[in-house]
Design a protein around this ligand. Structure first.
Ligand code: TEU
Length: 568
């Protein structure tokens, strides 16, 4: 049985809102907090327990709010602190908790901390950021004079020269996102005190942006040079760096210890390994509750997201299975296919044409029945799809635009570069499709990014009215987690691990065993290798995404998903 003392979030489902693209209440073309308040009924109907709100703080919006200029105020684009208080109250009134996005690897270059740090090299804030002179023997501004060879995640060098002082500052992301120096105790105290302020205001926890990058090897060593280019990969010096566990434990003690009800913390951790994830999420170590790992969303990259390759299902199953196994005894998994940085999963690993509904519901089924806490990204529950942009002008995302510009600068063919950009982040950022009206009911103004033309058929109003929609399938999956202890606590065992097209596993708790089956292909698949196929053929059907339900003896139809239950 489920432990009586298990934390509440083990049985919870989180819904991520990207405020800029969710709902616009005032017609300026950008989503806002009042827009969210007007659509809380959607979240209630879906049945989610927690909302994770991407950043709404004051920001120049260089990276859509992940560049923060004031951690304790709401950007006027999104509303006011009073709107946020109202949103928290409305959500809490429905029993829904709110996670804020904590972005403290870097601030905006317009944050007063950075302004002080840059403008006065003698200010106490100088060392709150990573300032370094040019490479020995070179003059500031010379090509290659950057203090290290690190490449930024958003293309180009990870260092920007400040002409006035002749020193460079580190920015792993955009030049408007200078990295904070967590070696400084005053930086850590300032962040913890800001976090306590939010907790005291009524938020229920945090999703922590690139939180495994907080601790850097202070010697900042060069990294191996990346594929024939001039830049190096510095990640060995800043992914899960020397003091990362110390910092996260210190944060836990300073912000969360002794709070009731317990908060939820999830650390976003590119490159995290299973061994590290166990340490981060071991409840006895009191660091974070769960992590977002990136292994599975890198499997269809050929070295980088800008050179995609088809997914090999055997690799996906092996990876997901390793994480299930690795965190079975200690720690906890988060489960996601989608977020604001990833392409839409139905376009990525399903079929967003003829089999859109069936493949979206199949992908949802296999994800949600793993052990861990599932995350639903806005629009995923509608089966929203990737966009097909035909020119670079249509892109809004700094990562995509910078990548395109630097590829063209290197002399690559513009058409080929654009054609390879299928994994770009704007796929996830087109406006939420509420109905079939102009601009999908997202705004009465001009949307900041184009609305997907398929909103005439793919939209929330149509989905909520159709019991067989992607929306209602997600609703049933969420309900299963709330009502079935085996979904929360059952042991996970991969079955048919060598089947190239079928994703299958069991969950077992006490006398109950569930079998979850997903056909990850557009062709029928037999289940000849399945143990006790005849027993499963007669088992109770918990969930299906096909007319008439599953027929295990005959196999699976294209993109079919089935969940079966038996005792003993
Ligand atoms: O993303 C961190 C991250 O490592 C990547 O997923 C990143 O988005 C990029 O795609 C690498 O190719 C987080 C946020 O989720 C993202 O939106 C921010 O842009 C980034 O941190 C900086 O704050």
């Amino acid at each position: 049985m489920a432990s009586m003392h298990a934390p509440w979030w083990r049985a919870a489902v989180v819904y991520q809102i990207y405020p800029r693209s969710f709902a616009d209440s005032d017609g300026d073309g950008v989503g806002d907090l009042r827009g969210i308040i007007e659509h809380v009924d959607h979240l209630v109907a879906l049945g989610v327990d927690v909302v994770w709100l991407s950043p709404i703080y004051r920001s120049p919006q260089d990276d859509n709010g992940y560049d923060i200029a004031d951690y304790q105020d709401v950007d006027p684009l999104f509303g006011t602190l009073a709107d946020l208080d109202e949103l928290i109250a409305v959500l809490h009134g429905h029993g829904i908790k709110l996670l804020m996005d904590l972005v403290v690897n870097h601030t905006s270059d317009e944050h007063p901390w950075f302004v002080a740090s840059r403008d006065d090299p003698r200010s106490p804030q100088r060392d709150w950021y990573w300032w370094r002179p040019p490479r020995p023997g070179m003059a500031a501004g010379d090509p290659g004079a950057e203090p290290t060879n690190w490449r930024s995640f958003f293309s180009g060098p990870a260092w920007e020269l400040d002409e006035a002082s002749g020193e460079y500052y580190l920015h792993l992301f955009s030049r408007k996102q200078p990295d904070l120096n967590w070696e400084q105790p005053a930086v850590r105290e300032a962040v913890y005190s800001m976090m306590r302020w939010w907790m005291d205001r009524g938020v229920d926890g945090f999703r922590m942006d690139v939180v495994n990058m907080l601790s850097k090897d202070p010697t900042l060593p060069d990294g191996p040079v990346l594929d024939g280019g001039v830049y190096g990969d510095g990640s060995a010096a800043y992914l899960c760096g020397p003091r990362i566990h110390e910092f996260l434990h210190e944060m836990h003690e300073a912000v969360f210890a002794g709070r009731d009800p317990v908060a939820l913390t999830v650390g976003e951790m590119p490159g995290v390994t299973i061994d590290e994830a166990v340490r981060f999420t071991d409840p006895h170590r009191r660091e974070v509750d769960m992590v977002f790992q990136f292994e599975h969303v890198g499997l269809d990259h050929d070295g980088s997201k800008w050179s995609p390759r088809p997914l090999d299902l055997l690799e996906l199953k092996a990876s997901m299975g390793r994480w299930q196994h690795g965190l079975a005894a200690t720690g906890w998994n988060s489960l996601y296919w989608c977020n604001h940085d990833q392409p839409r999963v139905v376009s990525r690993w399903g079929d967003d044409g003829q089999h859109r509904v069936r493949s979206a519901t199949m992908l949802a089924t296999i994800l949600h029945l793993h052990r861990g806490t599932p995350y639903v990204y806005q629009g995923e529950e509608l089966g929203m799809t990737n966009v097909a942009f035909s020119s670079i002008e249509e892109f809004r995302d700094i990562e995509a635009r910078n990548h395109y510009a630097s590829a063209i600068e290197r002399g690559e063919d513009p058409e080929a570069v654009l054609a390879a950009m299928t994994h770009h982040r704007d796929n996830a950022r087109t406006p939420m499709q509420w109905d079939d009206s102009a601009h999908a009911g997202f705004t009465t103004g001009t949307p900041w990014i184009a609305v997907h033309p398929n909103h005439t058929t793919v939209n929330a109003r149509a989905a909520r009215a159709d019991e067989r929609s992607v929306f209602h399938h997600y609703r049933r999956l969420i309900e299963l987690r709330h009502t079935s202890p085996v979904v929360v606590d059952g042991d996970f065992t991969m079955v048919l691990a060598d089947h190239p097209h079928v994703y299958a596993f069991t969950r077992a708790l006490g006398a109950e065993t569930w079998l979850v089956l997903g056909n990850v292909s557009g062709a029928p698949q037999d289940l000849d290798g399945l143990d006790e196929r005849d027993v499963w053929d007669r088992a109770d059907v918990v969930l299906s995404n096909v007319e008439g339900g599953p027929q295990v003896r005959r196999g699976l139809r294209p993109w079919e998903a089935a969940v079966l239950r038996r005792l003993g």
